[in-house]
Design a protein around this ligand. Structure first.
Ligand code: ADP
Ligand code: MG
Length: 350
């Protein structure tokens, strides 16, 4: 066989072999070239649900879940191996970027809200029965002693470690982490060049672009109806925007009655007691969902008038508040800039 002929036989065979190895090593490569379509991923994470829609050439659920698992390993106080649990239990640990982002943003929101939002509220949340530790007997003496170990100035970050002024100080990221997890998923989708998506984790939302009908996403804000089961949904308003982060905090799902006194899961870190005022729910729009989530909780602590004052003073943040108005009726208050997102807030209100 001539040398020329041998090359013409061997070359195509080698090309086939290389192509085969390539396909074997990168099996997903083919799907990257598929036509984009709307995917919907639904399930449970961090004790709540996720409901994620996106327009992409491939299903990204595994990647999303891996990222959320990493997130859980950082910020879930219910996960004994997480960074936050180790910090709470005084186990020496190096902090990661998720933890540091939440810690620094939380400190900023604490300052803006005059201490209404505070990660160190954990011992109070626990004693009132809404936290990662079991509920305890409450008395004014107990609350007074816990107030000694609550306050965002009692912790700081130094060289990727948390330094506490007292080892009993504990952190609870429950009012900011859900929102931040939406940002984390949105960031992943952006890395995959998705520009139409809606990420809903436990009711906190980040959305961009349009839905499968080509319309901007429409997000329902629930009426604050007392419902510990979390199964009743009646709409108070619909929010629409091409790109938005929105979080809602309320006291109508997580509460109990103690000798006739209503105890809700939003605790004022300055008094040590669950808040009890006419503000039933606060929905906040902000550049990121982590900020929206923390600010919504701050609003719930502050009450309607101070909440409007707080949010009006923050560029790019808006809010809609639903307040009790006696006789089972409610009134809706919102910052001026919120009106462009909300249609129908009164057509649903009765
Ligand atoms: P929702 O569950 O309605 O989204 P939030 O975002 O307000 O509510 O989170 C409520 C949780 O935040 C509580 O269960 C508790 O763990 C924690 N928390 C309560 N009060 C405060 C506070 N003042 N600052 C920070 N976190 C709080
Ligand atoms: Mg919150």
């Amino acid at each position: 066989m001539s040398k020329q002929k041998l090359i013409t036989i061997i070359m195509p065979a080698m090309l086939f072999l290389i192509a085969g190895i390539f396909l074997f090593a990168f099996p997903d490569n083919k799907t990257d070239n598929s036509e984009p379509q709307y995917f919907v991923n639904r399930g449970f994470i961090f004790g709540t649900y996720y409901n994620i829609h996106y327009y992409a050439p491939q299903d990204l659920e595994q990647e999303i879940l891996e990222r959320l698992q990493r997130f859980d390993n950082s910020l879930s106080a219910f996960n004994p191996q997480s960074v936050i649990s180790k910090v709470n239990n005084n186990v020496d640990t190096v902090t990661d970027s998720y933890f540091e982002h939440v810690f620094n943003l939380a400190e900023h929101i604490s300052e803006l809200s005059d201490g209404a939002f505070d990660l160190t509220v954990a011992p109070l949340v626990n004693v009132w029965g809404f936290g990662f530790d079991s509920r305890d007997k409450v008395s004014s003496a107990v609350i007074d002693s816990l107030l000694d170990i609550v306050g965002y100035r009692k912790v700081r970050l130094e060289n990727h470690r948390v330094v506490k002024t007292d080892p009993r100080v504990k952190l609870d990221a429950g009012a900011i982490a859900k929102g931040y997890s939406c940002d984390v998923v949105a960031e992943l989708l952006e890395q995959h060049h998705c520009n139409s998506y809606l990420v809903d984790i436990g009711g906190e939302i980040v959305c961009r672009g349009s839905n499968s009908n080509g319309e901007p996403w429409a997000i329902g804000i629930d009426k604050p109806i007392d419902d510990p089961t979390g199964t009743q949904h009646k709409l108070q308003a619909i929010v629409r925007a091409p790109h938005l982060a929105l979080a809602t905090s309320g006291n109508y799902r997580q509460f109990y009655y103690d000798n006739g006194v209503r105890r809700s899961h939003t605790i004022d870190p300055r008094t040590g007691y669950p808040v009890n005022h006419e503000l039933l729910s606060a929905s906040v729009v902000a550049p990121t969902c982590a900020e929206a989530d923390a600010l919504a909780t701050a609003c719930m602590v502050l009450g309607q008038d101070k909440a409007i004052e707080l949010i009006s003073g923050i560029a790019d943040a808006e809010c809609m508040l639903i307040c009790a108005n006696g006789n089972d009726s409610t009134i809706v208050m919102m910052t001026e800039g919120m009106k462009k997102y909300v249609n129908d807030s009164t057509s649903f209100a009765h």
